[in-house]
Design a protein around this ligand. Structure first.
Ligand code: ATP
Ligand code: MG
Length: 203
């Protein structure tokens, strides 16, 4: 069997993208020998339907700005190009149909997101289509072992854990800081900070 290349997928709302996302994606890329990480902003995140999420185009632009200096990071508009809720299963199906004969996909998440995996649409099919790498995220004690055990053998085969540098950063906190006029320097890339200020986001 040919050796497939390994590609990471970093899905998220990215409202806004921050250093926690970037450090995690780079750590998983290096540790798992991924050729690249594809950042995929969710157009209509199914778990945040009732929340006031920033228009997808702003989140997409910030994701491009944040990743442009890393030659191994790319951004995909695949979820912006679809209508309806942005289900991960549709995205990994499409990526596998296009690249699956040569590529193995590794979906990167924080510990909080992996804790909710059992609630994702068609999760069993997702686990057939990609591996998961759960980065330990400080402050979130969701029990990765119980998620792995929930899926039995498939969980043990397909879900991995990586301890990453502890960065207690969340987009929720960043939005709150902007609203209160507090600094967000060094927790988002400088160009993302400029974009947030220029567009008046999170005020
Ligand atoms: P929000 O506070 O709005 O939920 P967030 O900071 O959690 O935003 P998301 O876009 O919801 O960011 O998360 C995308 C992915 O990044 C998820 O898998 C999440 O677990 C992970 N993630 C978010 N922040 C960190 C962090 N500081 N370290 C590691 N992973 C993170
Ligand atoms: Mg989150």
């Amino acid at each position: 069997m040919v050796n497939k290349r390994k590609t990471g997928i970093m899905g998220g709302t990215f409202d806004p993208i921050h250093v926690g996302h970037l450090v995690t994606a780079e750590a998983v890329r290096v540790e798992y020998g991924l050729d690249k990480v594809i950042f995929i902003p969710a157009a209509n995140p199914p778990h945040k339907q009732e929340l006031n999420v920033t228009p997808a185009i702003h989140r997409y632009i910030m994701t491009v700005m944040a990743t442009c200096s890393n030659p191994n990071f790319v951004v995909s508009s695949i979820e912006l190009d679809r209508s309806g809720p942005s289900y991960t299963v549709d995205t990994v199906r499409a990526l596998n149909a296009k690249y699956g004969d040569k590529t193995e996909f590794y979906f990167i998440t924080g510990a909080d997101a992996i804790g909710e995996l059992t609630t994702w649409e068609n999760v069993s099919e997702i686990l057939n289509l990609c591996y998961f790498v759960a980065a330990t995220r400080p402050g979130c004690n969701s029990d990765l072992d119980s998620v792995i055990n929930y899926f039995g053998e498939k969980g043990r085969d397909r879900i991995f854990r990586l301890t990453t540098p502890e960065l207690e950063i969340s987009a929720t906190d960043i939005r709150d800081r902007v609203k209160r006029g507090r600094s967000i320097k060094y927790i988002v890339p400088e160009n993302v900070e400029s974009y947030i200020m220029k567009e008046g986001l999170y005020l």
